[in-house]
Write a protein that binds this ligand. Structure first.
Ligand code: FEO
Ligand code: CA
Ligand code: CA
Ligand code: CA
Length: 661
């Protein structure tokens, strides 16, 4: 095995497709509004930011520590920030492995054997890189927090960690995936998608119900219907599907959500990575480039014409959607809901508006891309599940504009309104939806620092936007909502809908926290000074709101080289004098990112997803390339010859009780 340094770890591979920053539109940055609004909190604290444009000169917010009597909303002793081969949870809690990549999901699944992998086996086994995790209580269960369905996304695959003898990611790509046989590609395709698991808590411990009728695997080959306004559009038709209404598979399903009517929303994010070819000279060159496509990150195009844009022009238009799945009916056909638009969807977290319409928030994870929401036309019917099943096919899609004065507006993305007309290239609502990034450009949305999860807190009505980082933002491009150039550590924007109405088109916004080490002035981070050296984090990605309305943040991109800590889960105060204080609760093993925080209704169980353990630290130039033979950790099995395995972790309080109470 070559020991040459991996210049492109698999995280880097993912980022390469996430981070291209393909937004060349002229939507405003601070260049247009240089008299930037000071963060309201900065003003309250009297931190007058001279000129307000120099990230490094700004005086951090929260210059004063809160009174020592201020009471934390979270009762636990935080863990040490750091990184090693294991996971760590706060003292007094159990963190048990529920299921690992390769464990059985469906009857007949072979036992996991990394030297005897097959696509047929993988289709019956738990997939790779678990990201979103949602829990849906079993209707009629005696205790809705002890029995239900777990829905899990399998975002992507790390072939260099999955398969023996194929080398590191950089070598693979340099060799144009020469080592990736069709058999290996088929295993990868089967390891994508999602899993549905029935789980029960008995005697305090969670178990997967064997032989459950609900158990299901969705893969990159499962038939999925296209529904909503763009279904059947000419650009969704392919040689295999002349009707433009059925796609095989979903890919790069990052985060998601669950609905009050008991369905699972799962988001296709970096779909561009799966396609081969070149945008230059392609008939769809302009829009392909706006989506950073194709990115040639997998070998699928070598064996499947549909993943080669030169051979099948439209297949790529059939990815990048939010998919709705009914996990209570394992025979149901998943649906790509085109009304919610086509971007690199990070997540889809919803909330019922005051008048009963359902609102789904979603971010487009790319440098300088946008935050969206969708408001259904119909209302949620809590008495009639069937009446809700196609609610997401009709409604209004909006994109966010953050003004410098702390106000904001949701701009409608409706064909015929404003600039979304035929003369500007939008001849139909299908045009708007399939080329949603172009529609966002046209209406003047605010270019953000990589929007990841966007989720409402039902207790306060506030909406939190994770902006993970954007190292390409320049001083000339900073704006009030994205106030740091070279934003290495990301920030969190808090939005307050007008009159507390999630269907409203007006909102106010503020910055909850600018991430990074707040004790280093040049970082210009803004954690509350009550935050300890373990308590700060970088690169917020997912969030969960527990049933008490407390906010928890999962990160992606911390590393010993970048922040002196692994990724993990932090609890963050959002109200009162401790607002902006975060505390470290859980950390992942080397190379992993933290995904999927989700609480049961009683807050006694926290589901976590540990994704891509064993990857090399891409920010450490001395880190050797990670391979099957030489991973950064062998978590969670720690057996020679067994590679690291992405796994779900179940956190409960030792002896029972609500978490962090
Ligand atoms: Fe898959 Fe944007 O993280
Ligand atoms: Ca992820
Ligand atoms: Ca993510
Ligand atoms: Ca991420």
């Amino acid at each position: 095995m070559s020991q040459s340094k991996s210049l492109l770890s698999s995280t880097a591979r993912l980022r390469e497709s996430e981070d291209i920053g393909s937004n060349a539109s002229e939507n405003p940055t601070i260049g247009d509004m240089i008299a930037a609004r000071l963060n309201r909190r900065d003003l309250m604290r009297g931190a007058l930011a001279v000129g307000a444009v120099s990230a490094t000169l700004r005086i951090p917010a929260f210059a004063q520590a809160p009174a020592p009597t201020a009471k934390s909303a979270f009762n636990f002793v935080e863990i040490e920030a750091g990184s090693d081969e294991k996971h760590h949870v706060a003292q007094g809690y159990d963190a048990d492995i529920l299921i690992r990549w390769g464990d059985p999901v469906l009857p007949g699944a072979p036992a996991f054997d990394p030297t005897k992998q097959t696509a047929a086996g993988q289709k019956l086994q738990f997939g790779y890189n678990n990201d979103y995790v949602g829990f849906l209580p079993m209707p009629g269960a005696a205790d809705p927090s002890s029995h239900g369905l777990l829905v899990v996304n399998h975002e992507y695959t790390n072939e260099e960690l999955m398969f023996p003898g194929i080398g590191g990611r950089q070598e693979l790509k340099q060799a144009n995936f020469a080592n990736m046989t069709k058999d290996l590609v088929d295993i990868e395709m089967a390891a994508h998608g999602g899993s549905v698991l029935e789980i029960k808590r008995e005697n305090g411990k969670w178990q997967i119900v064997p032989g459950s009728k609900y158990a299901r695997r969705i893969t990159a080959e499962t038939p999925i219907a296209l529904s909503g306004p763009a279904a059947g559009d000419a650009r969704l038709k392919t040689s295999a599907d002349p009707d433009g209404k059925t796609v095989h598979g979903m890919v790069n399903n990052c985060s998601g959500g669950v609905t009050p009517w008991g369905t699972w929303l799962t988001c296709e994010e970096n779909f561009n990575g799966y396609f081969w070819g070149a945008a230059d000279g392609h008939p769809d060159e302009k829009v392909l480039k706006r989506y950073g496509a194709p990115a040639n990150q997998y070998a699928w195009g070598k064996y499947y014409d549909r993943f080669d844009i030169a051979k099948e022009r439209n297949e790529i238009n059939r990815f990048g959607w939010i998919v709705e799945i009914d996990p209570f009916d394992p025979t149901s056909t998943p649906k790509k809901r085109t009304a919610l638009g086509r971007v690199k969807h990070e997540a889809a977290a919803g909330i019922t508006a005051r008048d009963g319409r359902y609102v789904v928030y979603t971010g487009d994870d790319e440098r300088f891309d946008y935050v969206y929401k969708f408001v259904t036309e119909g209302r949620v019917d809590s008495q009639n599940r069937a009446a809700n099943m196609d609610l997401l096919d009709r409604g209004t899609l909006y994109v966010a504009k953050y003004n410098a004065d702390g106000s904001g507006e949701w701009l409608p993305l409706v064909h015929g309104q404003g600039k979304l007309t035929a003369e500007n290239g939008f001849a139909s609502q299908a045009d708007v939806l399939i080329h949603l990034r172009l529609a966002g450009d046209a209406v003047g949305a605010t270019k953000m620092d990589r929007p990841e999860d966007v989720e409402a807190n039902p207790k306060t009505g506030k909406v939190y936007v994770m902006l993970t980082n954007n190292t390409r933002r320049t001083d000339a491009q900073i704006d009030a909502a994205n106030p740091r150039a070279n934003n290495r550590f990301g920030h969190i924007v808090e939005m307050t809908p007008a009159d507390g109405d999630h269907a409203a088109t007006a909102f106010r916004w503020d910055i909850l926290v600018k991430a990074g080490d707040h004790t280093v002035a040049t970082t210009n981070a803004s954690f509350n000074p009550a935050t300890t050296k373990n308590g700060w984090f970088g690169m917020p990605d997912n969030l969960a709101v527990d049933n008490q309305g407390r906010v928890w943040i999962a990160t992606d991109g911390n590393s010993p080289a970048k922040t002196g800590r692994a990724d993990g889960l932090w609890a963050i105060e959002t109200e009162g004098p401790l607002r902006g204080t975060s505390k470290h609760f859980f950390r992942v093993p080397a190379g992993a990112e933290m995904c999927g925080p989700f609480f049961t209704p009683n807050d006694e169980t926290l589901f976590l997803a540990v994704q891509h353990p064993g990857e090399a630290d891409e920010d450490d130039p001395k880190a050797p390339p990670a391979t099957f033979e030489q991973p950064a950790t062998r978590w969670p099995d720690f057996k020679d010859g067994v590679p690291p395995r992405p796994s779900l972790v179940v956190v409960t309080k030792t002896g029972g009780g609500k978490i962090a109470v």
